[in-house]
Design a protein around this ligand. Structure first.
Ligand code: AMP
Length: 413
């Protein structure tokens, strides 16, 4: 079904067209009619499925024209980057309307936010803490809110934001429409749903746990002492445009970024100890291609939409299986293909098995050809310490030869 049949307003359809979207994604097909009909929606969909437009397009259609009275749509996000990304997308969708869209988050001054709120925004995308500050200071009221979106609710829970979220929801009128997006629905989110939503319908798109099918993923077992060498060698051999490298800790991310810089890669770093300005510059520079590598921690990178990430490298195996899906979801977004590499040392084996159970898939172990491995037991089936746990594996994707050998295509630009 084309966008034009979904009941969106003509100006919003123009915005969609200008974005170059031709067909709605599955979550858009299901969510748009529900939101337009005034039904509360719980959405569980993988990142990169087009969920921002799924809620934003019907909300913007229903908002119609600008009104100065105060925000009528509020979107809560766990991180500043996500709030800013969602605001940008909504501005784009609303470009042929006179609706005013703004973003509110911490770590920056109040001046610009105060000005924009005073000028009267129809849509506010925000992180919870700074929004509460504005409410306390009287720069903002939520008594005109008609649409409330709680995005990445499970991540807001992880980050300890739920009490703030509840306080904010209490400030919104009871007669409103709500939407909530969450990859998982733990009990605390279930309670929030019961309390904050009105007879919601749940939309689940695809299996919650499966990574996008457009991603080819492989594991590179290696000894701890050769992790950095393997990373450098991988980057040298892979024909990449832009790579996201995930590290477990902020300190680790800084260390790897410094190493890559010394090896002549154009690198930016993204983690929560960086200042807001540094975070913005890192993301902007990476999006524009000024940096070819972005080294990040999980919190900073969750849900970010960066077009054309050609490769994701897990320098450290994620400790939570769902983070694997989120990390590799940075590539292969909206059906573009991408590669995801995970570097694994022997002690990561339990985490790798947990990921494989979670995604119900074996991830092929691959040996980098002509790399001077000092320790090869990791590859030997059945031997103690074999990281693959005796897995020679079926290899999908046609890029892996003989189970373990892999010659990434060409050198990078
Ligand atoms: P999201 O899941 O909202 O972060 O969106 C992921 C990416 O898909 C973004 O770059 C969107 O611009 C893009 N996108 C969203 N909807 C569509 C669509 N119907 N057709 C093509 N691309 C889309």
């Amino acid at each position: 079904m084309p966008f034009s049949k979904l009941g969106l307003s003509p100006v919003i359809l123009e915005g969609v067209k200008a974005m170059g979207y031709t067909d709605p994604t599955p979550i858009q097909l299901r969510a748009i009619p529900l939101v337009l009909a005034g039904t509360d929606v719980i959405g569980s969909a993988q990142t990169g499925t087009g969920k921002t437009a799924a809620f934003a397009l019907p909300i913007l259609s229903k908002l119609g024209k600008h009104q100065a009275a105060g925000p009528r749509a509020l979107i809560l996000e766990p991180t500043r980057e996500l709030a800013s990304q969602v605001e940008t997308a909504i501005r784009d969708y609303a470009r042929f309307t006179d609706l005013k869209v703004t973003v509110v988050y911490g770590g920056v001054g109040y001046g610009k936010q105060n000005d924009e709120l005073r000028a009267g925004a129809d849509v506010v995308a925000a992180t919870p803490g700074r929004l509460l500050d504005h409410l306390e200071q009287g720069t903002l009221k939520l008594d005109k809110v008609e649409f409330l979106v709680l995005d990445e609710a499970d991540r807001m829970l992880d980050m300890g934001f739920l009490p703030d979220v509840r306080r904010l929801v209490e400030k919104c009128p009871r007669a409103r429409h709500s939407a909530l997006f969450s990859a998982t629905i733990p009990p605390a989110i279930e309670t929030l749903i019961q309390w904050a939503m009105n007879k919601p319908e749940t939309i689940e798109i695809g299996a919650r746990r499966s990574p996008a099918e457009t991603i080819k993923h492989v594991i590179y077992p290696v000894s701890d002492s050769q992790k950095t060498d393997l990373l450098l060698e991988l980057l040298n051999r892979v024909n990449y445009n832009s790579v996201l490298v995930f590290c477990r800790t902020k300190h680790g991310a800084d260390r790897i970024a410094a190493l890559l810089k010394r090896n002549n890669h154009a690198v930016a770093v993204l983690h929560s100890n960086r200042t807001q300005k540094e975070r913005e510059q890192a993301l902007e520079g990476f999006r524009e291609g000024k940096y070819e590598v972005l080294v990040a921690t999980d919190i900073a990178a969750r849900g970010l939409d960066i077009a054309d990430v050609s490769h994701v490298v897990n320098y450290d195996v994620p400790q939570h299986p769902e983070d694997y899906i989120h990390r590799i979801g940075r590539t292969g977004r909206a059906e573009a293909t991408g590669d995801a590499f995970t570097i694994m040392i022997a002690e990561d084996a339990p985490h790798v098995f947990a990921i494989e159970r979670f995604i119900s898939q074996k991830i092929p172990r691959v040996k980098l050809e002509n790399f001077n491995y000092t320790y090869t037991a990791l590859f030997e089936e059945g031997k103690p310490g074999a990281a693959a746990g005796g897995f020679p594996g079926k290899v999908r994707g046609g890029r892996v030869h003989g189970g373990y050998h892999f010659a990434p295509g060409g050198r990078r630009r």
